[in-house]
Write a protein that binds this ligand. Structure first.
Ligand SMILES: [Cu+2]
Length: 124
């Protein structure tokens, strides 16, 4: 009888632990296309911005290839929120267009080439 009770307690604990793990959510890595990122400044601007974003664990902007890799917790945020955060910082993120006001505030070198930004290092 005691052994049966013990087995039942162990089973119960086991189920509890499994449920707790499922509830915790998982860390998701997403690669987001950010083609309007121009330079090191843009990189640190976005990475700094994402640091304050709820649920984001880390981010890395590859401005040479225009790709931002973001690690976030799926139970605390989602990919759309992350894209919106990047857009709010002033940059296009996949299908989410940059917030116009934020984009207007970027230094010229960080804007799109058609607005005077980009590769031309003399402007930096
Ligand atoms: Cu820049």
């Amino acid at each position: 009888m005691r052994i049966i009770k013990l087995v039942m307690v162990l089973l119960f604990v086991g189920v509890g632990v499994t449920m707790a793990q499922a509830k915790k959510g998982t860390m998701v890595t997403a690669k987001i296309s950010t083609p309007t990122v121009q330079c090191e400044q843009c990189k640190s601007r976005i990475e700094r911005y994402l640091l304050t974003e709820e649920g984001v664990a880390s981010s890395k902007v590859d401005y040479k290839h225009g790709i931002t890799t973001v690690k976030f917790f799926s139970d605390r945020t989602n990919i759309e929120n992350v894209k919106t955060a990047i857009a709010n910082a002033g940059y296009d993120a996949d299908n989410v267009k940059a917030n116009e006001e934020s984009y207007a505030k970027l230094p010229t070198c960080c804007k799109k080439p058609e607005d005077g930004g980009g590769e031309d290092k003399k402007k930096h």
